[in-house]
Design a protein around this ligand. Structure first.
Ligand code: BYC
Length: 313
């Protein structure tokens, strides 16, 4: 088949909402966009273990510790499914890790903020996992098969994470005035960064149009941000916290909540490496990678021995 015929077939497949699979022909731009997005997503899951992981040793009860342990472990699993999906496109996992720790590939801005109290664990579950679900449920229908299938499982686990966060906050809101203040303080700090997770406004998003045409993304950044706000406001009311946005109000005409403008200059700063915890997150990831070298070497030696037909030790 000529390149033109291959492209026509690719466009027909995408147009009919069928899936592109690893062995199918695909335009190089499609492949590169997917590797960029899936790698960034995988890195976010792995770096995302750090802010909550810091609270495992300080969890207030054995029950909360067990829950947090399981959640952080789930994030590691999500990273692994996603790196595997990127590998089906020809990416090399070592290379992706190298790109992350050398600052050449991004990860979500949200994980560059500090977790100052245990209420932050609940708020990350409620708002950060809540935003992640809004963004990721449509990705279950993304046009690339391995990415969409990974997202199905990830979304199931993220829904559970969101509920555990909300339950933790409900418990704290039923506690002492000091506990309620901790929750409100955490909401004040995480609300705007959560809105920034959806990316820059559509008018300033260079990748959205192409990704929508290829059905990698199913909705624009602003559409998903609005969906998140609409979903979250009633939950905040039920919880008894105030979202820190004086511009937040129901607009009956639009059938949506109006809300204020996030600080886009802050998002740019955080994405470009100048957020409150960027240096710390990357230093920790680099150290973990270096400390894990012996595990990778041992696994490679074991695989080589098996491949050579030797007895597995
Ligand atoms: N942070 O043209 P745009 C989780 C970049 S993990 C950093 O709109 P696109 C969890 C963007 O990459 C959640 N960078 O891009 C884990 C692009 O840069 P490049 C992670 C951002 O791709 C542990 C440039 O800005 N979720 O849930 O069309 C514990 C222009 O943007 C951000 C995903 O990764 C940002 N917030 O849309 C708890 C979801 N926003 O690459 C929870 C999958 C934008 O051109 N990803 N950038 O240099 C996506 O859906 C899309 O990639 C985005 C951005 C909506 C994020």
């Amino acid at each position: 088949m000529t390149e033109r015929e291959l492209l026509e077939r690719f466009e027909e497949t995408v147009g009919k909402d069928r899936r592109i699979e690893p062995r199918d022909w695909m335009p190089e731009g499609y492949r590169a966009t997917l590797i960029r997005q899936i790698a960034q997503h995988a890195h976010s899951e792995i770096i995302g273990m750090q802010p909550e992981g810091e609270w495992i040793t300080r969890a207030p009860s054995l029950r909360r510790k067990a829950i947090l342990f399981a959640k952080v472990q789930d994030e590691a699993g999500h990273g692994l499914y996603l790196y595997s999906a990127a590998e089906t496109l020809g990416a090399d996992r070592d290379d992706l890790t190298e790109r992350l720790i050398s600052g050449r590939q991004k990860y979500s801005s949200i994980f560059n903020y500090p977790t100052l109290s245990f209420a932050d664990v609940g708020v990350i579950g409620w708002l950060v996992d809540g935003a992640a679900i809004c963004n990721q449920v449509p990705l279950c229908r993304t046009s690339y098969g391995p990415y969409g299938r990974a997202m199905v499982r990830i979304c199931k686990e993220e829904s559970f994470h969101q509920r555990q966060g909300y339950e933790l906050l409900m418990t704290m809101m039923g506690g002492t005035p000091a506990q309620r203040e901790m929750v409100q303080d955490a909401v004040n700090r995480w609300w705007w960064p959560s809105l920034m997770m959806f990316g820059p406004p559509d008018a300033d998003s260079p990748n959205t149009a192409r990704s929508m045409a290829w059905k990698i993304k199913r909705h624009t950044n602003d559409e998903l941000r609005q969906r998140f706000v609409d979903m979250t406001v009633p939950q905040a009311e039920r919880l008894g916290v105030t979202l820190p946005d004086p511009g937040l109000r129901w607009n009956a005409g639009r059938g949506h909540y109006d809300f204020g403008e996030p600080d886009w200059a802050e998002l740019k700063r955080v994405i470009s490496g100048d957020g409150p915890c960027n240096a710390e997150r990357i230093a920790r990831r680099r150290a973990a990678h270096e400390e894990g070298a012996w595990v990778r070497e041992a696994a490679a030696a074991y695989a080589a021995k098996r491949a050579a037909g030797g007895r597995a030790a």
